[in-house]
Design a protein around this ligand. Structure first.
Ligand SMILES: Cc1ncc(COP(=O)(O)O)c(C=O)c1O
Length: 384
């Protein structure tokens, strides 16, 4: 009954573990959740209010398939303000989350048998989306300890079939932030081989140690023309449930996304678009507060992990994850996470679906108290 296309796609492990942790919690078990893939903050009230007003004002009908003009204009203004990037509204497509933007983009760019390069560790949806677009994921390894991109690895992966390179900074699952130098090298390579770059910048505003986010598209005119920037409101404004993401790039590709969207989902929810318009146009005070809190939590988590033998972890500089090597405990990531949930009720995500089986992903989208409690439990358990 089920098509081959779907049979070869893995279900999302993150969602499955989060669901198990939630169900244990419901049964009254004291679960420490290091598995979350979303901010544990609530959507700010002023954004909720915009949605309430949209409902009351009757803004409850279809909009253009890739979003209303006003929102596209606000997104152009955001790119100008935050990233020094100039786009026109016909270069923007709004979709039901950045995941949807990435999915549609790959469908529009890829032919059957094409190859798309992704650095490993990668966000676990990239390979599956690439396969769903009929293409093949090609994995470029990063430094195993620091997760730094090696541009030579990208070069080695390029063939005649290469259709795109996906980059993701700050990264899920490692929290690594690409340096300007690395971005310049990737840009130089992409331009010299005329390969489009898909730059997933969804964690742009969750960045620490006084670093500034740099969009690869802003480096020069040539890479600007080859880049598709993907972003959204999910992580920056704690709006994961509202489902608004967007992409920016060449108008002809954006038009292709519009055609696809017009025959599949149509527009993202009009009410969520109204809320996103307010979020994107706001002064980001709530985002900054959330980011500062994440930075504090990161420090507590890293300090705690440092003292646990057998676990090694590079310091994340963005997003809300760290990606720890647990091979020193004698377990692989999958065994480690399964046992930890069963025996100590700590939920973490195994590294295998992100490309490294000796690793696990810990999310610090949880309270400082829980981080401290979790670290203590984890330390005792590993010691045993
Ligand atoms: C790297 C990365 N890209 C994209 C997304 C999708 O975000 P959205 O909620 O906007 O679909 C996520 C969500 O976890 C992510 O981690």
């Amino acid at each position: 009954m089920i098509s081959k296309k779907i049979k070869h796609i893995s279900p999302s492990v993150t969602l499955a573990i989060s669901a198990k942790a939630k169900s244990l919690k419901k049964q009254g078990v004291d679960v420490i959740n290091f598995a979350a893939g979303e901010p544990d903050f609530d959507t700010p009230d002023y954004i909720k209010q915009a949605a309430i007003e949209a409902i009351k004002g009757g803004f409850t009908k279809y909009t253009p398939a890739t979003g209303m003009q006003e929102l596209k204009e606000a997104i152009c203004e955001k790119f100008r303000r935050d990233n020094a990037l100039v786009y026109a509204p016909d270069q923007i497509a709004v979709s039901c989350g950045a995941k949807h933007s990435l999915y549609n983009l790959l469908q529009v760019l890829c032919e059957e048998g094409d190859e798309v390069i992704i650095p490993s560790p990668y966000w676990l949806s990239y390979p599956e989306m690439i396969k769903l677009a009929g293409a093949r994921p090609v994995i470029a390894k990063t430094d195993k300890k620091t997760f730094t991109i090696k541009v030579e690895e990208f070069r080695r992966c390029i063939t005649k079939k290469t259709r795109a390179i996906i980059i993701n900074s700050p990264s899920n699952p490692t929290g690594a932030v690409y340096s300007k130098d690395t971005l310049e090298k990737i840009a130089e390579l992409a331009v010299s081989r005329n390969i489009p770059v898909i730059s997933d910048e969804i964690y742009e505003k969750l960045i620490y140690d006084k670093l500034n986010h740099i969009s690869i598209a802003s480096l020069n005119k040539k890479i600007y023309e080859l880049t598709f920037v993907v972003n959204g409101v999910s992580k920056s404004y704690a709006m994961t449930g509202w489902r608004i993401g967007y992409l920016a790039g060449r108008p002809e590709v954006v038009k292709g996304v519009a055609v696809l969207q017009s025959h599949s989902t149509s527009n993202p929810s009009s009410i969520s678009q109204a809320a996103a318009l307010t979020a994107i146009g706001s002064d980001d005070t709530s985002t900054r507060k959330m980011s500062e809190e994440f930075e504090k939590r990161r420090d507590v988590l890293m300090e705690g992990l440092k003292n646990i033998k057998g676990i090694e972890c590079a310091k994340p500089q963005g997003a809300f994850y760290c990606f720890a090597d647990v091979s020193g405990t004698g377990m692989d990531g999958l065994t480690f996470s399964k046992k930890l949930l069963d025996e100590k009720h700590i939920a973490i995500i195994p590294g295998e679906p992100f490309g490294l089986k000796d690793h696990v992903r810990l999310s610090f989208a949880t309270s400082i108290d829980d981080i401290k409690k979790g670290i203590e439990r984890l330390g005792e358990w590993v010691e045993q």
